[in-house]
Design a protein around this ligand. Structure first.
Ligand code: NAG
Ligand code: NAG
Length: 472
């Protein structure tokens, strides 16, 4: 009996020992994984424990000690159903954390379905050197298994300071996006190693994360993944469309109506621009769709959609205007709208650049604005041709023709009379040049584009080919 009981006891000890060793080996081998990302608004660092099924999250931003806007991160790649933590600083300089979720891309609510977060108030602080919000999110079964590309959403509005209540109302984010973290990277306790030692000093280790993290992580969002490829293609196409083709078409219209046969070139350029913009538009719709977020929600996207619609209106106006005479209201609207839409598109391009997680360098915007300024100067210089343009138009009016016939003045000289002595000779030369260039073209009378000349009184008035209203 005693042998049996001894054996049983030994068994139990063995069993217990193996259980304990299994326990300890599992807890020691259950390594931790971590990764972090920063952008110009905030940093997020996540430590993932597969054994505890928990994310230890740290969100940080520069500055603090006083209200400096709200910052948020959440699980997944879209607001809908995301387990979010929104942090801000109240008027007394204390950090506030509010766990929320949303049913879509709209106001986040405090009635959450996810497991409640644990706020790590000791690791959270706000002073002039920075603000840190620390907490842990227990993973729920609905959360996707963390992997090498785990998505987190982020959002911020630096100009909206909610009240100190965790259920305070927030204004919509001014910036938002997604981070992709690699949670297969082993966690190497460096600065945070001190945080396990004691609660008093550990807080000093954490504040370093925002600044050091910002430098390390700025580059890690610069990965040529599908998302960034689509964004870069969108950007190149939009720049080609709005900074090269459209302005070229506008300048051809501005200079061409007095100097050469401009319409086919103008039309060709603007159709090419439309095709390029259409491709860029489709590319970004695909990219936003991939993220699973709603379409046309940022200012950049809304403005882009409006600009795209106006571009179509602009094409229709141009086609209609072409059937009318020079200075017809539809043409004036076409010119004004065209300039306005181009200006809006240029502004929207720089908006788009600041939205990109890649972190486009500041000089990228400057290049865009400097180029836009060069184009504006070229256009304004072209406006100097407007008086002559108006003159040609007046001459082409029936009344003007009669008067000129009556006074017996040659149209050129009557035209020259309006010019200042300084530039009249120059204009005269270019007019003659324009006339020479257009005469052979006039001989085959509009090969296949636009309206035919209304009258065939070319023989009657020598200047007609150059002053014909239908051509401008
Ligand atoms: C998460 O943070 C809490 C509080 O600081 C700590 O007790 C816990 O061990 C941490 N877990 C991981 C996985 O880092
Ligand atoms: C801000 O607080 C952190 C953590 O308490 C501390 O390490 C840091 O020195 C403080 N900075 C300033 C400027 O007070």
């Amino acid at each position: 009996m005693s042998r049996l009981s001894n054996m049983l006891a030994a068994w139990c000890v063995l069993l217990l020992a193996s259980l304990v060793s299994a326990q300890s080996s599992s807890s020691s081998s259950s390594s931790l994984f971590s990764d972090s990302r920063c952008n110009s608004n905030l940093c997020l660092s996540v430590i993932y424990s597969p054994s505890q099924k928990v994310y230890n999250m740290t969100m940080s931003t520069d500055g603090g000690g006083a209200p400096n806007g709200w910052y948020a991160v959440g699980t997944g790649n879209k607001m809908k159903g995301s387990n979010m933590m929104i942090g801000w600083v109240d008027t007394t300089g204390n950090v506030v954390m509010s766990q929320r979720t949303a049913s879509g891309h709209d106001d986040p609510v405090t009635t959450i379905t996810a497991a409640a977060a644990t706020m790590h108030t000791k690791q959270s602080f706000s002073n002039s050197s920075g603000t840190v919000w620390a907490w842990s999110f227990p993973l729920s079964s609905s959360d996707s298994t963390p992997g090498s590309s785990t998505s987190f959403i982020w959002a911020a509005n630096k100009n909206n300071n909610p009240a100190s209540s965790t259920s305070a109302h927030l204004k919509q984010h001014s910036d938002y996006g997604t981070f992709s973290l690699d949670l297969t990277k082993p966690y190497t306790p460096s600065t945070s190693s001190s945080s396990s030692s004691s609660s008093g000093s550990n807080t000093n280790g954490t504040p370093l994360t925002p600044s050091t993290g910002a430098n390390n992580q700025a580059t890690s969002t610069r990965v040529l993944n599908t998302s960034n490829r689509l964004i870069i293609a969108h950007m190149i196409m939009m720049i080609l469309g709005w900074f090269i083709l459209v302005p070229a078409g506008i300048l051809v219209g501005r200079y061409g109506r007095t100097l050469f046969t401009w319409f086919p070139v103008h039309r060709g350029l603007q159709i090419a621009a439309f095709v390029v913009v259409l491709i860029a538009f489709i590319l970004i719709i695909v990219e936003v769709g991939r993220g699973g977020d709603g379409h046309f929600e940022s200012t950049h996207a809304k403005a882009g959609l409006a600009i795209f619609i106006l571009m179509i209106v602009q094409i229709v106006l141009g086609a209609v205007g072409h059937k009318t005479k020079r200075f017809n209201p539809s043409r004036i609207v076409h010119v004004v709208l065209g300039l306005g839409v181009t200006g809006a598109a240029i502004w929207n391009s720089s908006e788009g650049l600041s939205l990109w997680d890649w972190g486009a360098p500041r000089w990228a915007k400057w290049i865009l604005w400097i180029w836009a300024a060069v184009l504006a100067v070229a256009y304004l210089a072209g406006l100097a041709l407007l008086p002559r343009d108006l003159r040609q138009w007046r001459q082409s009016q029936p009344g003007a023709e009669e008067k000129q016939t009556y006074t017996g003045l040659e149209p050129y000289h009557s035209a020259g009379a309006y010019d200042t002595p300084a530039d009249s000779s120059q204009l005269h030369l270019s007019e003659q040049h324009a006339l020479k260039q257009q005469q052979p073209y006039q001989a085959n009378a509009h090969p296949g584009w636009g309206a035919q000349p209304l009258q065939t009184n070319n023989a009657q008035y020598g200047y007609e080919p150059y002053a014909q209203p239908q051509r401008f």
